[in-house]
Unconditional design. Structure first.
Length: 264
């Protein structure tokens, strides 16, 4: 299985190289190669996760190594679904970078399959973690788009208004997607918590920061669709939201202690 892991990571790094060459040379061939390599990385990861699931006898989402692999996978999924609708070469480079770095960071953790702690031995594991991470993947792409929008909207930029409008639309759509799955993740987590610990909500640090993240993106959607917020303000909220996601996912595991400390 290590070979599949390494091939997936190599595919993302190769996709990054092709995407950068495309940006420099403006040749669509390299854009095609970059997207094919991201797809190859995604398919390789899918096989890897499937084999690991079969070998472990449970969903491979229980520790930092496995969650980083899953995060890279969801970023690639969201990007490729978006790519079906619109071609943004720099987003291919950014998405490949994020997936490649997640895989590279995963390689620094212990990859051996470990038995689950009792609280994790539940069928809710796959539903809860998968929905949360699909949300994270959507938020990651939205943050990349937000950064791209801020660059495009800078003073003196020659980016067409239509391009900025497209980026704003993608920003709203990816956040809406991420918000839906984060909501499902929080709900399935609450049901799982009641089954494992006898309470739907215990204000565990991970639960608290998940709720904070939820409110940040709820504020974005409210301001975007009810108050008409657009442009740089909306982009900055997206970036702040993703920083909250990163702390919820990564920071809480190492800086705070609680019922989710097993993830470290």
């Amino acid at each position: 299985m290590n070979l599949l892991f390494n091939l997936g990571m190599a595919a993302y790094f190769a996709a990054l190289v092709c995407a950068v060459v495309c940006l420099i040379s403006k040749r669509k061939l390299f854009d095609l190669l970059a997207n094919l390599l991201i797809l190859a990385g995604l398919l390789t990861q899918t096989v890897y996760l499937g084999l690991r699931w079969q070998q472990a006898g449970r969903a491979p989402f229980s520790n930092m190594f496995e969650s980083l692999v899953l995060f890279a996978w969801t970023v690639a999924v969201v990007y490729l679904v978006l790519r079906i609708r619109i071609r943004i070469p720099w987003l291919a480079a950014a998405s490949a970078t994020l997936s490649a770095l997640a895989m590279a960071h995963a390689s620094t953790f212990e990859s051996a399959i470990q038995p689950l702690m009792p609280a994790l031995q539940s069928n809710w594991l796959s539903f809860h973690v998968m929905t949360c991470f699909l949300g994270y993947g959507g938020f990651a792409i939205s943050a990349l788009v937000a950064v791209g929008f801020l660059v495009a909207d800078r003073k003196g930029s020659n980016v067409l208004p239509e391009t900025r409008e497209t980026l704003e639309t993608i920003l709203s759509q990816t956040i809406s997607f991420g918000f839906l799955f984060l909501t499902l993740g929080i709900l399935t987590g609450a049901v799982w918590a009641n089954s494992a610990w006898g309470t739907y909500w215990s204000w565990d640090p991970k639960e608290t920061w998940s709720l904070i993240t939820w409110f940040v993106y709820a504020a974005f959607l409210h301001c975007r669709f009810m108050r008409g917020w657009r442009g740089r303000r909306a982009a900055w909220i997206s970036i702040i939201g993703f920083l909250s996601v990163l702390f919820t996912y990564y920071g809480v595991n190492f800086l705070l202690t609680g019922l989710h400390s097993y993830a470290s």
